[in-house]
Design a binder for this molecule. Structure first.
Ligand SMILES: [Zn+2]
Length: 246
């Protein structure tokens, strides 16, 4: 990997100058926290092998409706069965937040890592595994309730199926959340894209109309869309962040 000291110096300066940073957290933050990218080719293969369906199909609203038992078998094992701990990058973001630098954090992760780490002002585009509710009466249920249930988790009041608090494939992101994310980006004086690439729908949608030349991408994998960012630093987000935060 090439020497990135010049990029690191520049980003450090940009962060120093900024007071309305928007952070976009991608799947890299989950991987650095001990999780898997279900959509990596290795994981897709493993999942197809066990369940005979792709992760997209297993996580779709159609499958949730049609094969709820199978859906929850998958959901309990592969989604809420993972043992994640917030990676160091969350702590660095917290330090930035405490210095009043962050306007908004936008994430597609439905894991609760950001709350566990004590981050505020987070837009959870894809919901949160903790926000489950009864599809009929609306009663709220914890993730432990789902984890400990046998088969399909049912509401203890009306016996209807519990709806996981995350966005499923085939559903659209809630309009209010999208608006909040896009508005934040319009006001941002720096956009930090962490652990994903510029091809990511969330990033594309939110940065499309961003007029400034202050989009910084920090991510492990190189991607052909890296050139759409103004500065790119390749590496583990948890390794790079401490270097760019004074
Ligand atoms: Zn109910």
């Amino acid at each position: 990997m090439s020497d990135q000291s010049e990029e690191i110096r520049k980003v450090k300066e940009m962060i120093e100058d900024s007071s309305r940073i928007v952070v976009m957290l991608g799947v890299g933050a989950i991987i650095e926290s001990g999780g898997e990218n279900l959509w990596s080719s290795r994981e897709c293969y493993r999942i197809e092998d066990i369940y005979h369906k792709s992760p997209d199909e297993m996580m779709s609203v159609g499958y949730y409706s049609a094969r709820r038992d199978k859906f929850f078998e998958f959901y309990k094992r592969e989604i809420i069965g993972c043992d994640l701990k917030p990676a160091p990058l969350y702590n660095d973001l917290k330090r930035l937040q405490e210095r009043g630098k962050i306007l908004k954090i936008i994430t597609q992760s439905y894991f609760d890592l950001h709350n566990e780490a004590g981050l505020k002002d987070v837009v959870e585009l894809h919901g949160n595994v903790k926000n489950n509710h009864c599809s009929e009466c609306g009663k709220k249920f914890t993730v432990e309730y789902i984890r400990e249930s046998k088969g399909v988790p049912l509401c203890d009041v009306c016996k209807s199926a519990i709806r996981p608090g995350i966005l499923l494939f085939g559903e659209t992101i809630h309009n209010d959340l999208m608006t909040e994310a896009v508005n934040a980006c319009e006001e941002a004086d720096l956009i930090l894209v962490l652990g994903t690439n510029m091809y990511d729908n969330m990033v594309k949608f939110c940065t499309e109309d961003y007029k400034s030349d202050r989009v910084v991408l920090i991510t492990k994998e190189e991607h052909f869309t890296d050139r759409y960012a103004d500065i790119v630093i390749h590496g583990c987000v948890s390794d790079i962040l401490p270097k760019v935060i004074a």
